[in-house]
Write a protein that binds this ligand. Structure first.
Ligand code: SDX
Length: 390
């Protein structure tokens, strides 16, 4: 991660600082996964292919992709006993709370995935597949609807939409354009170097806790509104602005006011000091979907006006603040039927292959346990005072 900032995470041991997975040039807005430009991967690949690339380091041959897809299909069910967990959550539970809990519980049902000797191809495919199923089940739980089991004749993204929007009384009709948009959106989120949630995954992994525990920590970190939770916060911000007479300038002024905790959600980035290439690609997908389906979304009008006003404002220009991945992704997910409370779950589904790849790379490199250092700023030594004298 070059250019935008020098970042001493305190994780100074080498395994934390070096990686051959994702290259980000924050100053120029460049993003490459395993050497491939993100634009090419989004244009030419399915999410399955790029997930394989992240975990294995190379794009799959046709046979390799078929085998990986077979693993994804064969491992799409979750243990029936896990269904009882869903019943225990309050109906208004946030799906990220359910996802994090259920992923941790996978280690109780699939202990072999913790062992070094397990076939990592299957390990990765099984986790990617089951987390997708858990995500769809958590949505059904939030809607009070019966869960819909995966189908073995559908690929990853089609199966997810089938489990999300199908029902025992109405078959989900596969929409190839929605499947394509979902495929591409998940690729846009697939990895992003040493971000907050990936750091959490590697930190837990550095203690040699199992992969589920590490991924569950990544899910929890991603939930934060300054990180992956921003995509939900962006949609809520757009809705607030529209309810507030679409007063764009009021929110620009609030974001500039240091005494106000409000930040323009979906804007700014710790690394990009240029337009986030993923936001640009998300806009292109939006234009394609909206033109082909002749649809509109009033939030898109608000988004475009907010972006335009912010990019013209000296406060944002001086600080090199641009739209990031979360600014447009929520509108795109809405357009294929994904509700606001599921947006960060979608980010987690996309990021999962990247987390797995980063965890594996760290463990393969025998990274040392993370032990960031602190600078002590507390009082000097003090004589003890018994409680009856305090
Ligand atoms: C993701 O790390 C990754 O790669 C993350 C991610 C990934 O794929 O994993 O890309 C995903 O998390 C994207 C970011 C999603 N979060 C948001 O959209 C929340 C809104 N953005 C801000 O909170 C902020 O921009 C962050 C959290 C993203 C970055 O925080 P930083 O690194 O502290 O921001 P900065 O140092 O670049 O800020 C510089 C200045 C500061 O003002 P000054 O002290 O110089 O006066 O810009 C200001 C900041 O206050 N600023 C903003 C702002 N973002 C930064 N002011 C108003 N609105 C904003 N959105």
């Amino acid at each position: 991660e070059t250019g935008a900032y020098t970042y001493d995470s305190g994780f100074s041991n080498t395994a934390a600082g070096f990686s051959n997975i994702t290259y980000i040039d924050g100053a120029n807005g460049t993003l490459r996964m395993r050497g491939y430009n993100l634009h090419d991967l989004v244009k030419h690949c399915s999410f399955r292919e790029v997930a394989y690339l992240m975990v294995h380091g190379t794009l799959p041959s046709k046979n390799e992709l078929d085998l990986f897809s077979k693993y994804l299909t064969e491992h799409s069910l979750v243990h029936e006993d896990m269904h009882h967990f869903f019943a225990g959550f309050p109906s208004d539970s946030h799906p990220m709370a359910i996802l994090a809990s259920m992923v941790t519980s996978l280690s109780s049902f699939y202990p072999d995935l913790n062992q070094e000797d397990s076939n990592f191809d299957i390990t990765a495919a099984r986790l990617i597949s089951k987390v997708r199923t858990i995500a769809a089940f958590s949505y059904k739980k939030s809607k009070g609807q019966p869960i819909v089991y995966p189908r073995y004749d559908l690929y990853y993204c089609e199966n997810f939409l089938h489990m999300m929007f199908g029902s025992p009384v109405r078959k989900y009709e596969i929409d190839p354009l929605h499947t394509k948009i979902l495929d591409k959106l998940l690729i846009l989120h697939i990895d992003h170097g040493q971000n907050c949630s990936t750091s959490a995954v590697k930190l837990i992994g550095s203690a040699r806790a199992n992969l589920y525990a590490a991924i569950s920590a990544g899910i929890c970190a991603l939930w934060g509104p300054l990180h992956g939770g921003a995509n939900q916060a962006v949609i809520e911000m757009f809705k607030c602005i529209r309810k507030d007479n679409n007063d764009i300038q009021k929110y620009i002024n609030m974001a500039k006011d240091k005494s106000n905790p409000f930040r323009l959600m979906g804007f700014g980035h710790a690394v990009y000091k240029n337009y986030d290439p993923r936001a640009r690609l998300a806009k292109e997908l939006l234009d394609e979907l909206f033109q082909k389906r002749n649809i509109t979304d009033p939030l898109l009008d608000t988004a475009r006006r907010l972006e335009d006003a912010a990019l013209k404002d000296p406060y944002f220009q001086e600080r090199k603040l641009y739209p990031n991945i979360d600014f447009y992704s929520g509108i795109l997910y809405r357009a294929i039927g994904i509700p606001t409370n599921m947006l960060t779950v979608m980010f987690a589904l996309g990021r999962l292959p990247g987390w797995i790849a980063q965890w594996k790379e760290f463990c393969d490199n025998k990274g040392r346990i993370y032990r960031p250092r602190q600078i002590y700023t507390g009082p000097g030594e003090r004589p003890f005072v018994p409680i009856d004298q305090r």
